[in-house]
Design a protein around this ligand. Sequence first.
Ligand code: CU
Length: 407
Amino acid sequence: MRRILSRLFVVPAIALAVLLLAPAPSANAHGETAQEAFLRMGTVSFWDVKFSATEVEQGEQLKVTGTAKILETWPEQLGEPELGFIGVVAPGPVVIIKERKINGAPAPHAIEVHKGGVYNFEITIAGRRPGRWHVHPIFGIHGAGSLLGPGQYIEVKESGKAFTNPVKLASGQVVDLEKVGMGDVAFWAVVWLVVGLVWLLYWIVPKRTVARLPVTSQIPLNTDGMEYGLITKRDHKAMNVIMAVTLVLLAGGWIYQARAYPEKMPQQVLRFEPEPVAMTPSFVQAKATEVRYDDATHTVTMIVDVKNTGTRPATLQGFTTTTLTFPTAGVAEPVDGRSMTVSPSPTVAPGQATKLTLTISDHVWREERLIPIGESRMQITGVLRFKDDAGAENFVTVQSFITSLSA
Ligand SMILES: [Cu+2]
């Protein structure tokens, strides 16, 4: 019996050891798939995201442009979106942001945002560390977290010379942000490490207060245990010396910085609400009335009531959700091999009200855990893009619970 039992444990133990010893594959995403589907689909939508280059040298710049919208379907569990930050996310400091414009205005910091807000962003980044990196635009919302836009691989090539990030100070002096102040950072890090270590070792090595925790813990709070010989007058003196050294170092550091950097600017908090972008007047209304999902064929079928309230024929260009875009087959080119079919016709005549059936068969529903089977909110949200024959565009948010599910 014992032999069987021990074998029962040995086999999984060996398997676990092999698993742990095998080299881990490098991570190839940013963990977005771990977020609940309703969060990714119903919060922020990105469209027209473009990277001006996919290959740059170190220090060379490229622009990430696009539009992000805080959807009207923002889940109420997250609280109102009020403060947001549009940036880029990459595996570590491999690129740097040089400039950021939102709705045409320079926006170095967070911006005031609201539900339904549309933000055209233009972020200038520069390659920093050589390699092939996945870079995404990202919309961070205070209190809710970071919501990713579509990513792109960027190849940063070695330039042969050291990477620099020059900025001009108020004094007119040009400094390299890669190096500025690094001497001070290193110096003070070592100084405080030494002070901390002296304090720590004093209490560990000769005093053994840590090693004699059973004794220490018997003494009431707020007493130094002098009568048991735990903390003596000598210790008080030693600690006073360490405190005095700390105060002298602090005062010295303060005098040094005041002399070394006489011109200073307080940290800026430049928050503003971006001017609303000029949106084309609404010429189409759309409402998803039914969503079916067939797991066997990975197919989403969405029935949408569409009404063309304009004076020109409008064509459904595609459906966008999370980082994915499904252009209408026959109307626009597939993106990453993805498309959707629309029947009876993606074009709706002026004044016409019709029911469109949108069909998207794609493994990505499963791979990116977008169909929240087993979650408490089985729902699909996204943005439909319509264009009239004069080129005007409308973006309509649609949302529906999954009304029928087949496996
Ligand atoms: Cu990525």
